[in-house]
Design a protein around this ligand. Sequence first.
Ligand SMILES: [Zn+2]
Length: 120
Amino acid sequence: MGIISKILGLVLTVSGALILGYGMGPTAGDLSFVLFIVGLVVMSLGFSLLTAGRKKKEEKPSLPTVTEIRCNGCDFKEIRDYEKGDYILMPVEANCPKCSGKMTIEGVYVVREEPEKDRF
Ligand SMILES: [Zn+2]
C-alpha cells in the first residue's frame, strides 16, 4: 500500500477534477449537477488516498545506547548510558573504582528492545 495507493489517489484526484470541470462546463447540460457531485466524491477519495500513507511515517524512537568502559589496569568493567561524544578507545575522565587506574571506552552498543507486538 505504498506507491500504488499514491498513484491511484493521484489518478482519482485528477479524474475527479476532470469530471468536475466537465460538469461545470457548457456541454454537460442536465447532467452537470450529477457530474459535479461525482467529481467531488472521486476527488475527495483521491485526496484521502494521497494523504493516507503520510501518517505512517513517524520518527523512529532512538534506540537506547550503552557505553562499555574497561579499566586499563585490572579487569574492571562498567556499562553506563551512552553520552554524546563517546567513541571506542576514548579515555574516560573517571578513574577505576578498584585500582584507580585509567579507564577506556571499549565499546558502544545499541540495546535492542523488541516490542512485544512485533513478535508473532
Ligand atoms: Zn582497575
